[in-house]
Design a binder for this molecule. Structure first.
Ligand code: ZN
Ligand code: ZN
Length: 365
């Protein structure tokens, strides 16, 4: 299979990253400039002071949060395994960078380094998304989506009012009568008009991305684990086991851990306003499987066959309140699986050789 050399990948990732960063800063800053240069004076001229004050507060709050979370996601180290080696000596070694890999750590093939709680490599941030910057990445997406929608609706309308005295064009005109827009607004206005529209479209795309990532965060999986867990589920099922994600503490608890906040007050101070607080935990050792949430889900009913539980290779679940006496606690078998249980399934999981390296190899393919 064709593959780039490590150096080529690193150079390519850097180049893509700097292009994306330039595009982000120039477009976002241009929109902020248009708001102050054209929209604000037009609103003042019409003496709509209520509208002005609301938009000054809301727009600046959005802009500050967008820039802050972008810069933090870009410049914060996601958590490099090489910086935490003294805490990770008991874990297996990465075959590509020779660092010990704690659970949830994976090798980023773009950056050629092992990242704690690796989620994905993001060219827009020119950085990997991992343990220490996952929250910034997600919050950036949320604020950016809101900002794009705001620019694509309020800004889109007010820009036309500022330039033409009234909103003349609708969204469909951008497709059916672009030349009328060009005639009326001339080249700078025409370009700005389409930048507002692009913002609107990007906002929609970001909402999709937010919903997708939000679902994974609520379930306590990273983007990479989502793929790997499908594989584990299948692999363990073949041996008569039910796979359980050991990092799922229930929807609300997963969110609290991810955001690093516990109360509504903290949420307002630390999520709705810029904050540099770190996520809960150290990214190396994990609480692991939670008896109070997951086991409830997997307790067998009166007529259900008991099934053992299996964890990802290399993970030693750290049960709160001690390790349970019955390690392979009975688990629920869904009705559609009862017939398919292999007759020769053993009662303890016999892992096939499945090193952490295989998971990275799978990811690279
Ligand atoms: Zn590595
Ligand atoms: Zn990376």
């Amino acid at each position: 299979m064709f593959s780039w050399s490590v150096q080529t990948r690193i150079r390519l990732a850097l180049m893509m990253g700097y292009i994306c960063i330039t595009v982000f800063f120039s477009l976002t800053t241009y929109i902020v400039y248009v708001f102050y240069k054209h929209i604000a004076p037009s609103v003042i001229e019409k003496k709509q002071y209520g509208l002005l004050i609301f938009n000054l507060i809301f727009g600046n709050w959005l802009a500050i949060n967008i820039y802050f979370n972008y810069l933090m996601a870009w410049l914060t180290s996601p958590g490099l395994a090489r910086d935490y080696q003294e805490l990770a000596s008991q874990y297996p070694m990465c075959k590509k960078c020779s660092m010990n890999k704690p659970p949830r750590t994976h090798h980023c093939s773009w950056c050629d380094r092992c990242i704690l709680k690796f989620d994905h490599h993001c060219p827009w941030l020119n950085n990997c998304v991992g343990f220490y910057n996952h929250r910034y990445f997600f919050q950036f997406c949320c604020f950016m989506a809101t900002g794009c929608m705001y620019a694509g609706t309020f800004g889109y309308r007010q820009y036309q009012i500022a330039l033409l005295g009234d909103q003349i064009f609708s969204y469909s005109d951008s497709i059916f009568s672009p030349f009328d827009i060009l005639d009326e607004m001339e080249i700078p206005g025409f370009v700005t008009y389409y930048i507002f529209l692009a913002g609107f479209t990007i906002g929609f795309l970001l909402v999709g991305l937010i919903l997708w990532h939000g679902r994974m965060i609520g379930r306590g999986v990273t983007s990479l684990e989502r793929v790997l867990n499908h594989y584990y589920t299948h692999h363990y099922h073949e041996q008569g086991f039910i796979f359980v994600n050991p990092y799922d503490f229930g929807f609300v608890e997963n969110w609290k851990r991810f955001l690093g906040v516990r109360t509504l007050g903290e949420f307002i101070r630390k999520v709705l306003l810029p904050s540099t607080h770190k996520p809960e935990g150290n990214g190396i050792t994990w609480d692991g499987y939670n008896v109070n949430t997951n086991l409830q889900l997997h307790r067998p009913g009166p007529n259900q066959m008991a099934r053992p539980i299996a964890f990802p290779p290399g993970v030693q679940p750290n049960f709160p309140g001690g390790y349970p006496a019955n390690r392979y606690r009975a688990a629920v078998v869904p009705p559609w699986e009862r017939q398919s249980r292999p007759p020769n399934a053993s009662h303890s999981y016999q892992p096939k050789p499945l090193s952490t390296e295989t998971t990275d190899d799978r990811k690279d393919q």
